[in-house]
Design a protein around this ligand. Structure first.
Ligand code: HEC
Ligand code: HEC
Length: 329
């Protein structure tokens, strides 16, 4: 009898707990049908996870993918001013903006590249391949030159990007792909306020004058520059304040910030971004960008525009009036 009681009791208790949990789960899903997460499980249903690089088999394809990742993580060693393939960039790494080899959510995450390319983009007014898009970042973010689209390095990076997105169905965009769209402030972002944020929260790594920090033999940056001659140029995606504020909010200070635990308020992120883009950087423009002027994003800072807002307002905001004028058309 004693034996029976002792073995039934935990079972019964287990059953009760199970019922309570099930109840909880069903109730939660009914209450927030779109945003359903199981308690105590950090990975929600639509959460994307990068495939495991260590699980890649040896062999030609595996090696190509590994080389592609290496090029994206340590770009400078291959294409930087002392690069061993060819010296054609400012010395930044793709990973400086596509964090953890482009696998971190809301950090220029590559999860939707394989599923959405080739695709039409307004900036070029044409259908872009992955190769074309990579060379865009070579020309702008790395302020460099394009690489041969059929060479080994390009094939390796494309293989890596396709491998990263291999489990994402065609045309689907997992949560966390690319960068987040922050809500607009109801004022212009303020470089003066941003300078205060920069001085208190960013200089320990990026330096007092935003120049970053090179390693001992200057072959790569330990901390990348935020402006100046070796930073991304004015035609890069990050020069647009919506992109930069979003990157900063979700990722900086590095190692502390993430989408789930941002370290800055939205205002601090917008203002810090405003300060960064108020500083000098390479002035390379591509006159063929945005062939249809009405498709320029609200925060593209170079006219001519199809509205009457100034270049300054397109650079720093306020963006709500621009957005409203756009949606009336
Ligand atoms: C200075 C920052 C920066 C650097 C360095 C950089 N990129 Fe980018 N890249 C961006 C931004 C910003 C975007 C646009 C993200 C967005 O708006 O969602 C982007 C977009 C892309 C995309 C398209 C992503 C998508 O989902 O549509 C690819 C592919 C890409 N970059 C590859 C690279 C590669 C490869 C390198 C290195 C050779 C590189 N990038 C270096 C900032 C950078
Ligand atoms: C603890 C060091 C650290 C701090 C503090 C820090 N960053 Fe960064 N930041 C980094 C590193 C490292 C990277 C590159 C990430 C990589 O390569 O994995 C980076 C990348 C960036 C980039 C994209 C690459 C570039 O150079 O343009 C921006 C923009 C940026 N940081 C802005 C900021 C801002 C704004 C702050 C302050 C709010 C800040 N960071 C604070 C270490 C730091």
């Amino acid at each position: 009898m004693n034996f029976l009681r002792a073995s039934w009791f935990p079972l019964l208790l287990g059953l009760i707990i199970l019922i309570v949990i099930l109840n909880q789960v069903l109730f939660t899903s009914a209450a927030t049908s779109n945003d359903f997460t199981i308690p105590d499980n950090p990975v929600s249903a639509d959460e994307w996870q990068a495939p495991d690089i260590n699980a890649l088999p040896n062999g030609e394809q595996g090696n190509l993918i590994r080389y592609g990742r290496e090029l994206i993580v340590n770009t400078s060693l291959f294409f930087g001013p002392k690069g061993k393939v060819v010296a054609i960039t400012n010395g930044m790494n793709c990973q400086n903006c596509h964090v953890d080899g482009g696998t971190k959510s809301f950090a220029g995450c590559f999860s939707a590249v394989a599923s959405t390319y080739p695709k039409y983009r307004d900036r070029s007014g044409r259908i872009e391949s992955i190769e074309y898009r990579i060379n865009d970042c070579m020309l702008r973010s790395l302020d460099g030159k394009p690489i041969d689209s059929s060479g080994k390095e390009m094939r390796a990076m494309v293989a890596y990007l396709k491998w990263i997105g291999k489990d994402v169905p065609k045309n689907k965009k997992p949560k966390g792909a690319g960068l987040e769209d922050l809500s607009f402030l109801d004022r212009a972002a303020d470089p003066e306020k941003g300078k205060k944020v920069f001085l208190s929260k960013c200089t320990s790594c990026h330096g007092e004058s935003g120049q970053g920090l090179l390693n001992h033999d200057s072959s790569f940056y330990l901390y990348p520059p935020l402006w100046g001659p070796n930073s991304f140029n004015v035609s890069a995606g990050l020069y647009r304040i919506t992109r930069l504020a979003s990157f900063v909010k979700n990722n900086m200070p590095f190692g502390l910030a993430s989408h789930d635990s941002p370290q800055l308020t939205d205002e601090e992120a917008w203002d810090a971004a405003a300060f960064i883009i108020s500083q000098p950087r390479p002035e390379k423009l591509f006159p063929e960008d945005w062939p249809r002027k009405e498709t320029k994003p609200v925060d593209y800072a170079y006219g001519p525009f199809t509205d009457n807002f100034s270049e300054k307002q397109h650079k720093y905001g306020p963006f709500i009036p621009i957005q409203q004028a756009k949606s009336k058309k």
